[in-house]
Ligand binder design. Structure first.
Ligand SMILES: NC(=O)C1=CN([C@@H]2O[C@H](COP(=O)(O)OP(=O)(O)OC[C@H]3O[C@@H](n4cnc5c(N)ncnc54)[C@H](OP(=O)(O)O)[C@@H]3O)[C@@H](O)[C@H]2O)C=CC1
Ligand SMILES: C[C@H]1O[C@H](OP(=O)(O)OP(=O)(O)OC[C@H]2O[C@@H](n3cnc4c(=O)[nH]c(N)nc43)[C@H](O)[C@@H]2O)[C@@H](O)[C@@H](O)C1=O
Length: 335
């Protein structure tokens, strides 16, 4: 087994055995994408867990598409642990409009980081994919072994192919170099430091902003995208960060691990809930010229549960917290 982990007991997943062990709180820990939705939550989680040497770089300081700069950064900082949460990320419309960027940027970022991590002997690395790697009509809830069993959703196939390449890159590094590196596949995420831009964001931040602005302006209606019938599973970024640390300390295998809550809602239902949270009392309309995307994306999280982790933040609580964060930060949102 290709692991540097040492403690017992041995736990098995998908036939792979490994030995859970805590990470060294004083080791250098590089969080790639530390200002983003997931990366900032991971920094908060690592700080609360007692990590003392967390390193991050904004894209303006270190463009991870630049291979030489990425290798030089690893040579200089010599991280022992890495979470790769830097990526070109966006909602359904951004993915559908800019597939070249979502393919090219993500392939370059992850290839540079993973290759530099191989060259500089990073001990533990967690790569973040996305639930959109699974076929459009995968069985629900989606088990990890649905990967590469069917056609992808066309609105995000370019991004999904980049993410699938990342999973294979991690598996290859395990096989060729014996690295104890892993991949996690998050469901749709939300929380502080999300992208709330009307055209570029995911549905949840888009709706928080749209309904909040409509409630404040006294608008009689808002218009959302698609039919409202697709089903999505939403996980708060603080839960995601907790799952990342849990996986790094409790899992070491080639199979990507799904991370979600295990429950989903329709877009219409989440819209009604957000209307309630923001105090919007008007009418909701649906622009069916906009794409629905995958009809349902609910992850099978039984492997993660076997590893001892389940989500803690309810959708209602997470929405309240994210709306409060949005109100405090509405004047200086990114995007
Ligand atoms: N949000 C979601 O619903 C989901 C996200 N994921 C995955 O989680 C990971 C994190 O996503 P999320 O936090 O939402 O994304 P964000 O857009 O919030 O954050 C991405 C971060 O990546 C950094 N970044 C982007 N391009 C570069 C670059 N060229 N060089 C250096 N840094 C760069 C940005 O840095 P800076 O701010 O400095 O520009 C940003 O902080 C991604 O891998 C994504 O695919 C998976 C499933 C769902
Ligand atoms: C995380 C995931 O994110 C994307 O896939 P998606 O799950 O379809 O995500 P989404 O949040 O953008 O949309 C979810 C649903 O919501 C509907 N919807 C309504 N009104 C708005 C709206 O205003 N904005 C958005 N974005 N969607 C809206 C929208 O039509 C769709 O039916 C991919 O990037 C994919 O690559 C990926 O990984």
């Amino acid at each position: 087994m290709a692991s540097g982990l040492t403690a017992s007991p041995v736990v098995a997943i998908d036939g792979v055995e490994f030995n859970p062990a805590p990470l060294d709180r004083d080791a250098t820990f590089y969080v790639a994408g530390h200002r983003g939705l997931v990366g900032s939550a991971i920094v908060r989680r690592l700080e609360s867990a007692g990590f003392t040497n967390i390193v991050g770089r904004a894209s303006s300081e270190l463009d991870l598409k630049d291979r030489d700069a990425t290798v030089a950064f690893f040579a200089e900082t010599k991280p022992r642990y890495v979470v790769l949460a830097a990526a070109k990320v966006g909602g359904i419309l951004a993915n559908n409009t800019y597939p070249v960027d979502f393919l090219s940027d993500n392939i370059r970022i992850q290839t540079n980081v993973i290759d530099a991590a191989i060259a500089h002997d990073v001990e533990r690395l967690l790569f973040l994919g996305s639930s959109c790697i699974y076929p459009k009509f995968a069985p629900q809830p989606i088990p990890e072994d649905s990967l590469l069993t069917g056609h992808l959703e066309p609105t995000n196939d370019a991004y999904a192919i980049a993410k699938i390449a990342g999973i294979l890159h991690i598996q290859a590094a395990r096989r060729q170099y014996g690295k104890a590196w892993i991949s996690a596949m998050p469901t749709n995420l939300y929380g502080p430091n999300d992208n709330f831009s009307p055209k570029g964001s995911h549905v949840l931040p888009a709706l928080i902003r749209r309904y909040d602005e409509a409630a404040k302006s006294g608008a009689e209606s808002v218009t959302n995208w698609g039919t409202g019938s697709p089903r999505r599973e939403f996980l708060h970024s603080d839960d995601m960060a907790d799952a990342c640390l849990h996986l790094l300390e409790n899992y070491d295998g080639p199979t990507q691990v799904n991370v979600g809550t295990g429950t989903d809602v329709t877009i219409k239902e989440i819209a009604e809930t957000i209307a309630g949270v923001t105090g919007f009392e008007g009418v909701t309309e649906w622009d069916t010229t906009k794409p629905d995307g995958t009809p349902q994306k609910l992850l099978d999280v039984s492997h993660l549960a076997e590893l001892g982790w389940t989500a803690q933040i309810s959708l209602e609580e997470g929405l309240r917290r994210t709306h409060a964060w949005y109100l405090e930060n509405a004047a200086h949102l990114r995007g």
